[in-house]
Ligand binder design. Structure first.
Ligand code: ZN
Length: 327
């Protein structure tokens, strides 16, 4: 920067503020170029002559400058801050993390396991009635994979109360259920009526299922549903998880008929319902996509049990039985 430029810059700082520096320098450069063509003796006169004009130009240019231009000049670091914010937001979105909990219970859905598969934003839950689809007695290689295809296509999560014996026989299906962010829970090892067998047998059955599922999932199952919903003190003290029963029985095992499954379920449905079905019957799998569409038309959306309990702010106790999570 020449002496002339510095002079002009200082003058500008004093008179008009720092934000006009570049305009003055620009004007000064033009002045210098013109002065060179006129000769050095003309510099001073030319500069003095142009200073008045430049003031007018600057005033006009300043008026023309946009709000964002002035912000940019005054706070150049704001651009860096904006880039950082956008970068952090992108990373958070990629990692499916939650920055904060606003206290809105529906936001708690973001920390649910389903977020790995279906983002919370993909399922608008606020203002919707909620229902948890639960499937017992599987997995079955004949029916469960088809059901999983349907649930994936419909973006509907479910909770599977699997038998330990079948989980051991079809580990790939269990792993697929977990990978696609459904919940996998225990329906005991061999589907025995736990209140009709010796306590030691019941304890052994429950624990065997637990260790089988842990070896496949990498963690203990977080819910248990005893066969037939039967519980006694032995069951309650052994399960080590909340006991999840149901409030809507589709009776799919009895009817094995799509229309009956739909009619029975729709007659009992309510906000916070836990719907009991079985993923071992082809007719149940046939009914599921129709049921999902019908319930969505009625204003329902589907959640896993973990999501439902979080949204309803339910504090579950091990060994206690739960039938629904109404608002
Ligand atoms: Zn069962």
């Amino acid at each position: 920067m020449s002496m002339l430029d510095k002079l002009f810059s200082r003058e500008i700082n004093r008179r008009t503020g720092a934000h006009a520096i570049s305009i003055y320098i620009d004007s000064a450069t033009k002045t210098r170029k013109r002065s060179r063509s006129l000769g050095s003796s003309a510099i001073k006169a030319s500069s003095n002559k142009n200073r008045g004009k430049n003031k007018t130009k600057i005033t006009t240019k300043r008026a023309e400058r946009s709000f964002f231009y002035r912000i940019n000049i005054r706070f150049p670091w704001l651009k860096l801050v904006a880039v950082c914010i956008i970068g952090v937001a992108a990373i958070v979105d990629l990692c499916d993390l939650t920055i904060s909990n606003t206290g809105d219970p529906y936001n708690k859905i973001r920390i649910a396991p389903m977020a790995k598969h279906v983002k919370a934003t993909d399922r608008i839950l606020k203002g919707k009635m909620l229902a948890a689809l639960t499937f017992d007695d599987g997995p079955s290689p004949e029916t469960t994979p088809r059901l999983l295809d349907i649930l994936q296509q419909k973006d509907a999560p479910a909770t599977f109360f699997t038998l330990g014996s079948k989980a051991a026989a079809y580990p790939d299906i269990i792993k697929r259920e977990a990978k696609e962010a459904h919940e996998v829970a225990s329906h005991t090892m061999h589907h025995q009526n736990l209140i009709r067998i010796p306590a030691t047998a019941a304890i052994s059955d429950i624990n065997e299922a637990k260790s089988t599922l842990k070896s496949l999932l990498g963690h203990d199952p977080i819910y248990t549903r005893p066969p037939y919903g039967n519980t006694n003190d032995t069951v309650r003290t052994t399960v080590g998880t909340p006991i999840i029963l149901w409030s809507v029985d589709s009776e799919d095992w009895r009817s094995k008929n799509v229309d009956s499954i739909l009619a029975t379920t729709m007659s009992e449905i309510h906000d916070g319902a836990i719907i009991l079905m079985h993923d071992i019957y082809p007719t149940t799998v046939d009914a599921v996509p129709i049921l999902i569409d019908t319930l969505r038309k009625e204003g329902y959306e589907f959640v896993t049990l973990s999501e439902l309990t979080k949204i309803r702010d339910a504090k579950l106790e091990n060994g206690a039985s739960y039938y629904n999570f109404r608002p």
